[in-house]
Write a protein that binds this ligand. Sequence first.
Ligand SMILES: *Cc1c(COP(=O)(O)O)cnc(C)c1O
Length: 447
Amino acid sequence: MAEPTVFTTPDPTVRDLLATHPQLTSDVQCGLMLEGVPLSAIADEVGTPCWVMSAGTLRVRAQRLLGAMTQAGLSVAPHFAVKANDHVAVLRILSETGFGADVVSGGELRRARNAGIPASRIVFSGVGKTDAELRLALAEGIAQVNVESAEELEILSALASACNREMTVLLRVNPDVDAGTHAKITTGVAENKFGVPYDEALALYRRASELPGLRPAGYAMHIGSQILSAKPFREAYARLATLVKATRAAGYPVSALDCGGGLGICYRDEGEGSPDAWAGAIRAELGGLDVRLAIEPGRWIAAPAGVLLSTVVLRKVVTGGVPFIILDAAMNDLLRPSLYDAWHGIVPLSPRDAVADVETVAVVGPVCESGDTFAPARVLPRLERGARVAVLDTGAYGAVMSSTYNSRTLAAQVLVDGERWSVIRPRQNVETLWADEVVPEWIKQTA
Ligand SMILES: *Cc1c(COP(=O)(O)O)cnc(C)c1O
């Protein structure tokens, strides 16, 4: 596992976090609000842990991203990376703002269709698509498959020919650019599994144009996630532009480029990735190529739109160490801190708790793993048993990564829109955890 990140700046205060998260406000009476809804009202009615998504924030951020592209003079087809948040209501909201879907499995493809996203606005990425998944893509007639290997190209060609269909393919190229993010979310350097090596891309494009059942249209790339500066994007797109020119010079038409996703957000005090700078990088390197452009953002749109509500189970004091704040949420709910050492803001719901004297604590969950830690050493207002908190920026790679480890049920999900809110997924009933489990007759007989 990677060494925990060491921060050189002090933890942001509650006030600092509210300043960088305008979707959240603190009301002197009601405490922490998401849009027009006091989060404590949701916690009272639904209980904790509970995910809350803000429809308004999703819309504002989706439109902000589209606006930046338009401002840069670009016409870009936006596809939301469904793996970031696959709730049908989220997909529906984004679809209404003009987004299609970038899917990485047959399940996500079916979800996107189920949410009403037309097949013509769905693209399929991923290193290991099964035959069944590729057949589904062909049967649905989706917009394009981003092919990630020579092997996949041959398989897709055979499957398409067998059902007398043609599929538009983009070759996902690995530009060998370091996006400078965490090793587990970097995808554009040569040693990782994603895409085809840059130097082999043109030969493979030629191969694609010879194979039946395929319509090679161009190239795709996605260099990683939580990218905060335009520099890695520009470097990668410059490599892409060179490849497009070489491909055309070799006599093969190129009509489409998929610029991937990866724009980062401000979890702590890093500042957020700028849609304008991203659009600027696309325009500068790819704007003059006369191709259809597409993007696949996930985190930038969805992460700040969501919080995870949790209650302090107890405050455990130990000699020789900082107190443990043990939450009723755990790594099975929000995996990112355990998996990536991710830093998430933690803000009390109660207006009184928010202004209590601060202390350094370890914020952990109740799961039987030392890795079940949200924050090993965090400066927070003093929290007593029963206090409730919001873990911020959990709208992407949050609920989608949940498991039922330790037989913990999947947390409830709520959608806020203005002053309205609704449960969009009830807390999982504990009996459903074993409902599909079968004890074989031969085990029962020996009992
Ligand atoms: C994960 C992923 C994205 C979205 O990345 P974000 O960092 O959430 O924007 C886009 N495209 C592909 C191929 C991905 O795997």
